[in-house]
Design a protein around this ligand. Structure first.
Ligand code: HEM
Length: 187
């Protein structure tokens, strides 16, 4: 398979699965929830777009579903795009989750001496470009203040960790997730 024009995003195309997810989420009264989860992440080539007749972006569309190991119920669902601007050497992730929260995160890709690809994107509430949009309810009760997502791919192994700074139950809470996934097939 050749998806060279997708730049670093070529490495994430495929169907990925893993059972080692670790989630740390907030609970009322200073509580902390630890949720082990399984996950399926599908990343498909979505072609290219031209913006203002100047900027070319290559896009990968993804869908992530995480399920509790305890009872297989869905604990997180997310859809979005990864985009690559080869001229600016910029990586962009747009995502939405069914809590009425959307994020546009920007960042970089790099490849280390072992050939491992790294993507690192972030967004901050209030930033004019790499920002977070949320419903009035979430803004007032469970605000996403900052987002950082780091991913690495070596051959058919993808590892990610993310940190989401929430303002919930009257304080800041670092909502974190991470998993290691294996690639099952290329679409
Ligand atoms: C693998 C990824 C993720 C998993 C497994 C996950 C899981 C969870 C869980 C289990 C809760 C607690 C829900 C509850 O107690 O009712 C939670 C809360 C929350 N998550 Fe996530 N999450 C993920 C990613 C995200 C992302 C990317 C965002 C933001 C864009 C986000 C925003 C929130 C918010 C705002 C809450 C607070 C809602 C509440 O507890 O009332 N999460 N998440």
């Amino acid at each position: 398979m050749s998806h060279l024009e997708y730049g670093p995003l070529a490495s994430i195309i495929g169907v990925w699965k893993g059972d080692n997810g670790t989630d740390v989420a907030p609970e009322p009264n200073d509580g902390i929830e630890h949720n082990p989860y399984s996950e399926v992440l599908t990343c498909e080539p979505a072609g290219d777009v031209f913006n203002a007749s100047k900027q070319k972006l290559w896009a990968v569309r993804y869908h992530q579903t995480a399920r509790r190991l305890s009872d297989n119920t869905v604990l997180h669902d997310q859809v979005g795009y990864w985009m690559w601007d080869a001229v600016q050497k910029q990586v962009v992730q747009s995502l939405t989750i069914p809590r009425a929260v959307c994020i546009l995160a920007g960042g970089i890709s790099s490849t280390d001496s072992n050939g491992t690809l790294h993507l690192d994107v972030s967004a901050t509430d209030g930033d004019a470009h790499w920002g977070i949009i949320q419903s009035p309810f979430m803004d007032n009760n469970a605000k996403t203040s900052a987002y950082r997502y780091q991913l690495s791919v070596e051959d058919d192994v993808l590892t990610y960790s993310q940190s989401i700074l929430l303002e919930i139950y009257g304080k800041f809470f670092d909502h974190t997730d991470g998993n290691t996934l294996l690639r099952f097939n290329h679409p």
